[in-house]
Design a protein around this ligand. Structure first.
Ligand SMILES: [Zn+2]
Ligand SMILES: [Zn+2]
Length: 287
């Protein structure tokens, strides 16, 4: 379509139709079945027969960009993401989780003598104490709070760990021994510990997600950039979650916070509830 709003045909250059409805092309194709124009005409007719199916909701008659279901889901996703990020921001303030914090981590590691420390062997195990060098939150979303979402169970393989830390006392060790990545822990009322898998079996997130059992023992000094909750950053989060293409998510991947979760997060963010007053709501199961 031209700027004036009139359709021009790219084949015969007349107004009022485009190449998909060009009478001249059709005439030429029929008159000369072996011509290049006949092939072009055949391709166009073939594409008209194909039923257009939306890659998001799976129904016909529109595509991903014009999908009403997707638009509706994006609005919910964005509101949930914003509320969740506000709550996580508050949690980092309340716990002192900032760059420079010291955390005690119940994770496997190689100690200074090169001995493997494994928390499963409780008798001899000593927790690692780690200095927080970097906090990376952009790749996690409120799906980490929804016990039927993959993000709740495990860290995406291609994403950096939420916390990058260096173990105190490991200065002389090789990087891959002294650097310890930690994930989002279970936080009562924010990130539930118990949920169900695809087969509806009860699971404990601590058994599925590596390196999430840790707590702040000494607060840090550099808070998270509030840019994390800006409109632009939220829009980027929505765009990433609903992007089309080869690895596009669809309808069935969509999740939302439960009304109980939302109420509790809101009351935590506005100061009505303290962190230690939050509880996991029981209906984390998907209906
Ligand atoms: Zn034409
Ligand atoms: Zn659709």
């Amino acid at each position: 379509m031209s700027y004036s709003g009139t359709v021009h045909c790219g084949h015969c250059y007349n107004k009022g139709h485009n190449v998909r409805g060009c009478p001249a092309l059709k005439k030429e194709a029929l008159a000369n079945p072996n011509s290049w124009n006949a092939q072009k005409y055949a391709r166009i007719e073939e594409s008209k027969k194909r039923v257009k199916v939306c890659s998001y909701c799976g129904t016909g008659g529109h595509n991903r960009r014009g999908c009403e279901k997707s638009t509706e889901h994006k609005v919910i996703f964005r509101a949930d993401l914003k509320l969740w990020r506000q709550a996580i921001q508050k949690w980092t303030d309340d716990t002192g989780l900032k760059i420079g914090a010291l955390v005690r981590a119940h994770v496997p590691y190689y100690d200074t003598n090169g001995e493997y420390q494994d928390p499963q062997y409780a008798d001899s195990y000593v927790s690692a104490v780690c200095l927080v060098n970097n906090i990376q939150l952009n790749s996690i979303s409120h799906y980490a709070s929804i016990a039927t979402a993959n993000e709740w169970r495990a860290q995406p393989y291609d994403e950096p760990a939420m916390l990058m830390t260096t173990r105190v006392g490991a200065e002389a060790q090789a990087n891959h021994h002294k650097m310890i990545g930690l994930g989002l822990p279970c936080i009562a009322g924010i990130v539930p510990q118990f949920g169900v898998d695809h087969w509806d079996r009860a699971i404990d997130r601590k058994n599925h997600f590596r390196n999430i059992d840790w707590e702040v023992v000494s607060p840090g000094h550099k808070p998270i950039d509030p840019e994390w909750i800006s409109d632009k950053s939220l829009s980027d989060g929505v765009k990433r979650a609903f992007a089309g293409g080869k690895d596009a998510k669809d309808n069935s991947d969509f999740r939302e916070l439960s009304p109980e979760q939302r109420t509790q997060l809101r009351m935590y963010v506005d100061g009505t509830f303290l962190l230690n007053e939050l509880i996991d709501t029981s209906d984390t199961k998907e209906k």
